[in-house]
Design a binder for this molecule. Structure first.
Ligand code: SF4
Ligand code: SF4
Ligand code: SF4
Length: 196
């Protein structure tokens, strides 16, 4: 029997959002800054509650859901990004911000040397952090011999616009947020734009 090609073949079971996360939390990764599996579960709940997949399906003008119709949301527990959040449509990457207690600092310069992102300058005094460059990897805190560096803030850095394939592109940072509510407010805006 011939298939009726006039009928859309969109299935209720086709999820329009591909959600993945790094294994950092499950494997006790020493670099973990935010709980990747917990964030994956919270994000899955939020996507479900807000019927994001159903809303995205309504935007498709095609009988079949193709890979490029789907939106990838990728979570990483730290800026190392093993799960490839930077080439996802939406990347959620854990971060922390280091800060220094000046009285404890001996200006040894170890933190400047270890910083992989040249985000620290030590010039005879406590380190000065370049917040635009810092990815929050905490290497500076871990190396400081006097425990002068602590973490002042942690949360999720949100990237948008990445893609894989023949013409890969890195997503851009669009926000840094500290709480789940704040992160999901940003996600809501992104998906509103995608489903408008
Ligand atoms: S992204 Fe970071 S926390 Fe996750 S597995 Fe990789 S190194 Fe560990
Ligand atoms: S490693 Fe610690 S003590 Fe040395 S310069 Fe950096 S903050 Fe100061
Ligand atoms: S947290 Fe990492 S990137 Fe940021 S200043 Fe420290 S070593 Fe550099």
């Amino acid at each position: 029997m011939k298939k009726d090609l006039s009928k859309p073949a969109l299935s209720k079971n086709d999820n329009m959002v591909i959600l993945t996360a790094c294994q950092g939390e499950q494997r006790n990764c020493p670099n973990l800054l935010v709980k990747s599996t917990k964030w994956e579960s919270m994000t899955a709940d939020w996507l479900e509650k807000n019927k994001i997949s159903e809303k995205l399906k309504k935007t498709i003008n095609s009988k079949k859901i193709l890979r490029h119709h789907k939106i990838s949301v990728v979570i990483a527990g730290c800026p190392n990004g093993c799960s490839k959040p930077y080439t996802a449509n939406i990347g959620l990457v854990g971060f922390v911000k280091p800060d220094v207690e000046p009285d404890l600092c001996t200006a040894c310069g170890e933190c400047e040397i270890v910083c992989p992102d040249t985000a620290i300058t030590v010039n005879g005094g406590p380190p000065v952090f370049d917040r635009d460059k810092c990815l929050g990897c905490i290497k500076c805190r871990d190396i400081c011999p006097t425990n002068a560096i602590s973490l002042s803030e942690s949360g999720i850095r949100i990237f948008e616009g990445g893609k894989q394939g023949r013409h890969p592109k890195l997503g851009e940072i669009i926000a840094e947020k500290n709480t789940p509510d704040e992160v999901f407010e940003v996600l809501n805006k992104i998906f509103e734009n995608l489903t408008d």
